[in-house]
Design a protein around this ligand. Structure first.
Ligand SMILES: Cc1ncc(COP(=O)(O)O)c(C=O)c1O
Length: 379
C-alpha cells in the first residue's frame, strides 16, 4: 500500500545521520532526541506538553489511566464508567478503554466522513440507557477531523473529557487548529505506515493539562517520578531514542508530504468521478477540515467490494479494507461494551469501504493506472 523504501531513499542522508548520532552518543533510553522531539511537537501541535511513548496504543491507555487517576483518584476507571466512541476504528481505540477499566459505548458514524456522529452522541446522553458517561473518544479516521466544535460543545454541556485519537491524522487540522490540540488529550501513533512514521513502534500524548502530563510521564516509566520508588501501577512505555531520532529526521518533510497526499487524493477523485458504482471521499465542501489522507477510501456499492479487491490484486494493485469488522462485532468486546441504537452505518461501511494505495511519493501515473483499472472493472 505504501513504499517505505522510496521514502527512505528520499531522505536517506538525514536518516542515516540521525542514526549515526545515536550510535555515537549511545543514550538509548531518554536520549536527547526524545526531549527535542517533544519540544518540537508541542510547538507544532500548539499544546503545552507532548510526551513520547512506546506506541499509539500506549498513548491511549496511558492517557485514559492518567484521567482516571486525576479525576477519580483511582488507578483505573470502573466498569460503570462509560466512554463514548466509534466502533469503526482500529481495535486499539476500544481496547484502550477496556484496559483503563471503563466501558466503551459505541455510537454510529456519519456515512460521509466515517467519523463519529455528534448528534448520536447527544442522543445517547439524553437516553434512558445512558450510564455514568465520563468522556468521549473521537477518532480522526483516515486523516479527516471529526466535528470538533460539536463534540467539544457536548463535552462541555455534560462535563465530559475528550481524548482525540489522532493516530491516522498527524498534521491534520480543524478550523486551522492542529488535531491533538482540540480535546483534553491527543494520542498519536508513529507506526511505520502512518503519515509520520518511525522504524518500529512509537507514539505520543499531547495535552495542555500539567497534571495529566505529569501522570503520563510517571506511568510510562513504571509509575513513579523516581525509578525505585513508584506511585502508580505503571508500564515500561518509553519512546526509544532511536525512534525519536528517526521521527525528528522525517518531521521536516511531513507538511510537504501531507500536501502531496492531498494532491494524490484530488487526482484519484478527478479520475474516479462519475463512476456510478463508487462513492468517492467528500473533500471539497469542508473548508474547515484539513484532511491529510492517511487513507484514500472509497465505497464500492452493490456488494462488489471484495470482487473489485480481488481483481485489483490479480492485476498487481494492493488495496485494503479498514476495517472489515466493527469493534462491537469482535469477541473481545462481547459483554464488555454498550451498543447504542444499532450501528447500521458502521456495519455498512465495513462491508463497502476500500482503501486505495496512497503515499506522498506515489506518482501521478500510478494513480491514473489504479483509477483506470477500477473503472474498467466497474463501468
Ligand atoms: C485509529 C488508531 N488508533 C490507534 C492506533 C494504535 O497505534 P499503534 O499501532 O502505534 O499502537 C492506530 C494504528 O495503528 C490507529 O489507526
Amino acid at each position: 500500500m505504501i513504499d517505505l523504501r522510496i521514502e527512505y531513499e528520499y531522505m536517506k542522508e538525514e536518516i542515516d545521520e540521525a542514526i549515526r548520532r545515536c550510535l555515537e552518543h549511545q543514550k538509548w533510553i531518554f536520549g536527547p532526541e526524545v526531549g527535542e522531539l517533544e519540544k518540537k511537537m508541542a510547538s507544532y501541535i500548539g499544546v503545552k506538553h507532548c510526551i513520547g511513548v512506546s506506541s499509539g496504543t500506549d498513548a491511549l491507555v496511558l492517557s485514559l489511566r492518567a484521567l482516571a487517576i486525576k479525576l477519580k483518584g483511582t488507578e483505573y476507571f470502573d466498569r460503570t464508567d462509560e466512554i463514548i466512541t466509534t466502533p469503526f476504528t482500529f481495535t486499539a481505540t476500544g481496547d484502550a478503554i477496556l484496559r483503563a477499566g471503563a466501558t466503551p459505548v459505541f455510537v454510529d458514524i456519519d456515512p460521509v466522513t466515517y467519523n463519529i456522529e455528534p448528534t448520536i452522541i447527544e442522543d445517547y446522553l439524553k437516553s434512558e440507557s445512558r450510564g455514568n458517561v465520563i468522556g468521549i473518544l473521537p477518532v480522526h479516521l483516515y486523516g479527516q477531523a471529526c466535528q470538533m466544535d460539536k463534540i467539544n460543545e457536548i463535552a462541555e454541556k455534560y462535563d465530559l473529557f475528550v481524548v482525540e485519537d489522532v493516530a491516522q491524522a498527524f498534521g491534520g487540522a480543524w478550523r486551522g487548529q492542529k488535531l491533538g490540540s482540540l480535546g483534553d488529550v491527543g494520542c498519536f501513533s508513529f507506526f511505520p505506515s502512518k503519515n509520520l512514521g518511525c522504524y518500529g513502534d512509537a507514539g505520543m500524548v499531547s495535552t495542555n493539562d500539567d497534571e495529566i502530563a505529569e501522570i503520563v510521564r510517571m506511568l510510562l516509566k513504571h509509575g513513579g517520578k523516581e525509578k525505585y520508588n513508584v506511585f502508580h501501577i505503571g508500564y515500561n512505555a518509553r519512546m526509544d531514542t532511536l525512534q525519536a531520532a528517526i521521527i525528528l529526521a522525517k518531521f521536516k518533510y511531513v507538511d510537504d508530504f501531507n500536501r502531496r497526499r492531498r494532491l494524490i487524493a484530488e487526482k484519484y477523485s478527478s479520475e474516479l468521478k462519475g463512476c456510478s458504482a463508487l462513492i468517492i471521499p467528500n473533500i471539497y465542501d469542508q473548508s474547515h477540515v484539513y484532511h491529510v489522507f492517511h487513507q484514500y477510501t472509497v465505497r464500492v456499492k452493490d456488494g462488489k467490494r471484495d470482487e473489485v479487491r480481488s481483481i485489483l490484486k490479480d492485476r498487481g494493485i494492493e488495496s485494503m479494507v479498514y476495517y472489515p469488522v466493527p469493534l462491537h462485532k469482535m469477541k473481545v468486546f462481547n459483554g464488555r461494551c454498550k451498543i447504542f441504537k444499532g450501528l447500521k452505518e458502521s456495519e455498512r461501511a465495513s462491508r463497502e469501504v476500500l482503501s486505495l494505495p496512497i503515499g506522498p511519493l506515489m506518482n501521478e501515473e500510478d494513480v491514473v493506472f489504479v483509477a483506470k483499472t477500477i473503472r474498467e472493472i466497474l463501468d
